[in-house]
Design a protein around this ligand. Sequence first.
Ligand code: GLU
Length: 507
Amino acid sequence: MSKKVRVRFAPSPTGGLHLGGVRTVLYNYLFAKAHGGDFILRIEDTDQTRFVPGAEQYIMDCLEWCGLVPDESPLVGGPHAPYRQSERKSMYKAYADQLIASGHAYYAFDTTEDLETMRRDFRRDDNTNPQYDHHTRMLMKNSISLPADEVNELLDKGTPYVVRIKMPEHTTVSLTDLIRGVIHFDSSLVDDKVLLKADGMPTYHLAVVVDDYLMQITHAFRGEEWLPSAPVHVLLWKYLGWENQMPLWAHLPLILKPDGNGKLSKRDGDRLGFPVFAMNWLDPKTGETTGGFREMGFIPQAFVNMLAMLGWNDGTGQELFTLDELVAKFSMERVHKGGAKFDFEKAKWFNHQYIQHTDNATLAGMIAPLINEKATVNGNNLAFLENVIALVKDRCTLLPDFWAQGHFFLETPEIKEMAAIKDKWNDARQNFFTNWANTLATTENWNHTDLEASFNAELPSHGLKKGDVMLPFRIMLVGAKFGPGVFAIAELIGREETIARIQRILA
Ligand code: GLU
């Protein structure tokens, strides 16, 4: 029997979630659900200097908003708890010790100044950019370069040390990536990464391998930016004797700017007129909030669908998928190798499609809170809202558009285009609306067909054509030159309000 699929999303709580991060979550989630597996959220918070309070909560809220809820996490727990690496601190040292004992890692006692000296003074023709590796290792203060008794003395005295991996020289480290196939790395190019820090906290490199092993992770899907670290991880799996349990890897392509030039950053988000972060986030530097996709009025399902298509397709040209369909159709092998361009206009297209395909009752539930934010208006009459939605949804791309496109159903609008009425106003028009308003007071069937018929019937006695009074009527009802059919508007706002809006202008 094959092993149960277990995947993880392992963010460091150092800030908000980037689009690429949410997509990594999504691909992990889809893969897990497609294989009846588990999706685990593990918080990789071993770098305390980069810790941002609130970031973990933000990540969990974001996952929940997207509907990509983990089976195991710091929040819900699970058989491998704790799921925060800082709370697992005591577990890692034994593995560092094991690596030292087997000669694959060593103690390094170098101070910050020693490291600076190395970078400054050890530059050679064959090593123009010195790092802690096979070139410099023997020139530094560590348990390989120093005699054993000196090392023991340093350890006995409690001298601070880190543990570093001893990267082999001229060895080809290979890994199979589900998206890229077999990738080879030259071990000589990789430095002796720190595995355990002076305070006993592991670095990401040791913790990610130990935890993927202990949590029985079968597939590790992460951003392409982790590819350069992969040889270190592959060697650690091997050195710890776990090679047979190593997860299958996939390194997901970057998400690029719309012009395809370079990785999408938060700054690009601002420059291009949208924040990349998916939710409200208190920027640790500025203390300001950045509205995200949720605040802009994206429907979570549309956002998730859009994300799925950033770097993947099913080969048929289909673009709209429910989450269940994505689970059924997604495959890691079809993820593109090249970066995916993020196009905000396309993101909005997805949302527009979702609005058209979502039933009006569901939309009413989404929009009511937005309407209620407008202090003067009560958005809780959901039946009425549904009728408004039916009339304006084809004009709406983001949820706040419903207010912009339909506020005049809920409040008497300010007249923004009075000139369009005034310029051609004359007695004929004044009399037309006066008489018709009187007719409306007793019109039996208040529906758009009968309203239009009575409007048409009023025209000849004033020598007017329909085109002479349609625009003024629209401006009376809407305040401006937009909106659905005027008689449909009148039907919905009702007799009293229609007559009042006409008489407001006549006066
Ligand atoms: N903690 C890493 C991050 O912040 C996780 C990388 C991985 O999935 O191995 O992205």
